[in-house]
Design a protein around this ligand. Structure first.
Ligand code: NDP
Length: 241
């Protein structure tokens, strides 16, 4: 998987899975355009990885569109940014629900629209990976808004895959289980809850960011030229019936 000379937009490249994806891409010769929020991450992406780092709050639709345009032109897009807020279903607030939909579902749509329009205008081909979650398939207590936001993202992935592939742009989704990043530490800090989840993963461990990053990069690569519209679990077998 050679990304030499390719430009890749990575949202949420400041931390976690996105950061590891950006690091691997840079090592493999790609130029990364990072869309992320925290100022210190923006500085580190620029200084440590040489990325084009654009600071944006992806909950803001207009700012997201402007940031996406600033990152273009690009060869590939990874919609990795995501957020969560733990609330039982009966206590899920409209504010939290709307925020998660804005960041986890609407922002990937906006960035993908800008990326795809630019490729089509230039007559070039490309590929998108949307980072979803096993939470799109499984009802996880206290994750109502998150599960809904990732289920919505999967719907987008499938429509984009059908509409964009004829224009030379493949679109796939990946579905990690718990992956040891700042987000997971927030959601799975209760050892009893974490042990219960881990017991249901046949390979016997949570994922590392690298486990997820390598699958994302495979789906972008020419080796996956006939893979379009899939939802690829990265879950150690968690979803086996
Ligand atoms: P992290 O919290 O470690 O990193 C998320 C990144 O997204 C951060 O750089 C964060 O920036 C950025 N981000 C979040 N909200 C916004 C926003 N409003 N505007 C701009 N940037 C934002 O998360 P992970 O690496 O764990 O998650 C990456 C993706 O993987 C997400 O889509 C997540 O849903 C998915 N996933 C993660 C799993 C896990 O267990 N970790 C499991 C399944 C799926 P900042 O910190 O500055 O806000």
């Amino acid at each position: 998987m050679n990304f030499e000379g390719k430009k890749v937009i990575v949202t949420g490249a400041g931390k976690g899975i996105g950061r590891v994806v950006a690091e691997i891409l840079v090592k493999r010769g790609a130029k990364v355009a990072a869309l992320t929020r925290s100022a210190d991450d923006v500085v580190s992406l620029r200084e440590d990885l040489g990325c084009q780092a654009i600071q944006v709050d992806l909950a803001d639709a207009e700012a997201t569109r402007e940031a996406a345009r600033a990152a273009l032109p690009a060869d590939f897009l990874i919609n990795c940014a995501g957020t969560t807020e733990l609330q039982p279903f009966l206590k899920t607030t409209v504010e939290a629900f709307d925020h998660l939909i804005a960041v986890n579902t609407r922002a990937p749509m906006i960035v993908a629209q800008e990326y795809a329009r630019s490729l089509i205008e230039d007559g070039r081909h490309g590929a998108i990976v949307n980072v979803s979650s096993v939470a799109a398939f499984v009802g996880i207590p206290d994750h109502a808004a998150y599960c809904a936001s990732k289920g919505g993202l999967d719907g987008l992935t499938r429509v984009m895959a059908k509409e964009l592939a004829p224009q030379g742009i493949r679109v796939n989704g990946v579905h990690p289980t718990v992956t040891l990043t700042p987000m997971a530490i927030k959601a799975w800090s209760d050892p009893e809850k974490a042990a219960g989840m881990q017991q249901r993963i046949p390979v016997g461990r949570f994922a590392e960011p690298e486990d997820v990053a390598e699958v994302i990069l495979f789906l972008l690569s020419d080796e996956a030229a006939m893979v379009n519209g899939i939802s690829m679990p990265i879950d150690g077998g968690y979803m086996i019936a």
